[in-house]
Design a binder for this molecule. Structure first.
Ligand code: ZN
Length: 339
């Protein structure tokens, strides 16, 4: 501190008055600032996003890097998972007894895996639609689990939509993320998550819909997870170069896969490669489901791993923001919003 900042020696009465006035003026400004903050309401200060996924682990595989990136940037990130993933295959031999056809205790176990994954992604607000266990994993399309009462595929849509609308109205996200109408790859719970989320997105802002579910709130943008064909093709090529012909279902061309979106239909690329470590840590947390030491991760090629931290989306509702590159991809899910 320099001498210049010290109070002048022997200040006169007049000086004291001026100082008191200055202090009062400062206090007034501070009060005005505080009042402005109050007017804005705490929820309106940060950017907020809501992700709706079908099973524990989907959030990490499809959107983990995005979640970690926005959470690290101070965005309020809420994850809603629709089922406990009870029908998942168990990749860990000593936990095989948890499987649906044995002890049928996988769901409880996966609650813990999901909590650990969210911690790795630094996402603190995660919930299960209707509470844990409200809807059960429906299994792969065409399996008997699809018909089981209580599974998400058999859910009463109105009830599921109401549950999600209540969350939307509570956390008031500007951005909502889920799967496309094919659920990404046709899993019934993913398809159902899409239906429920689209319906909730459209209903949440409607004052005549479920007034008991909270104040209406209309999110601005709805996104669907997407894997651009060019990215799939790069992955296929990489595995083949590494001598692995079984990866990506053994196909040579991305067009032959049941997922993958033509690049020109993709609208948004979130480069969260800096969060790759968090994403991989979250994948490791889903121990029963993901073999992180499988062929993909065995690839020493950094390009393959880096690509894994870049996630893509198509805009399903709302105004597309400014973008760049050959397809004018947005680089931010909040692009074009004031938030
Ligand atoms: Zn899933």
């Amino acid at each position: 501190m320099s001498d210049a900042t010290l109070p002048p020696p022997d200040p006169g009465e007049r000086m004291r008055e001026q100082t008191a006035e200055a202090v009062l003026a400062q206090a007034e400004t501070a009060v005005e600032d505080a009042a402005m903050d109050v007017d804005m309401a705490p929820l309106d200060v940060p950017r907020r996003m809501l992700l709706v996924h079908a099973h524990p682990d989907d959030e990490t595989i499809g959107t983990g890097a995005t979640m970690a990136k926005y959470a690290a940037a101070g965005v309020a990130v809420t994850l809603v998972t629709c089922t406990l993933g009870e029908e998942g295959e168990v990749l860990v031999p000593e936990l095989e007894h948890l499987a649906a056809d044995k002890d049928d205790a996988l769901g409880q176990h996966r609650i813990g895996e999901l909590a650990a994954a969210c911690e790795a992604l630094r996402v603190t607000d995660h919930r299960f639609l209707g509470g844990p266990g409200r809807w059960r994993d429906s299994g792969m399309m065409g399996t008997p689990a699809n018909d089981r009462p209580g599974c998400f595929w058999q859910a009463d849509l109105d009830e599921a939509v109401a549950e999600l609308v209540a969350v939307v109205r509570e956390v008031r996200p500007q951005v909502v993320v889920t799967y496309d109408s094919n659920g990404g790859y046709g899993h019934p719970d993913h398809v159902q998550a899409h239906r429920v989320t689209v319906a909730a997105f459209d209903a949440a802002g409607d004052p005549s819909y479920g007034p008991q579910l909270g104040e209406p709130w209309q999110p601005s943008k709805l996104y669907f997870s997407a894997v651009p064909r060019s990215v799939l093709q790069a992955g296929i090529d990489l595995l083949r170069e590494a001598g692995d012909t079984s990866g990506f279902f053994g196909v040579e061309r991305a067009e032959d896969l049941p997922f993958g979106v033509p690049d020109e239909q993709v609208t948004t690329e979130v480069d969260a490669a800096d969060e790759l470590e968090a994403k991989v840590a979250a994948m490791r947390a889903h121990k029963t489901q993901i073999a992180v030491d499988g062929p993909f991760f065995a690839l020493s090629n950094n390009i393959g791993q880096r690509a894994f931290g870049i996630e893509h989306y198509t805009l399903g509702r709302g105004e597309r923001g400014p973008g760049s590159g050959p397809h004018a991809w947005e680089d931010d899910l909040f692009a074009g919003l004031d938030a």
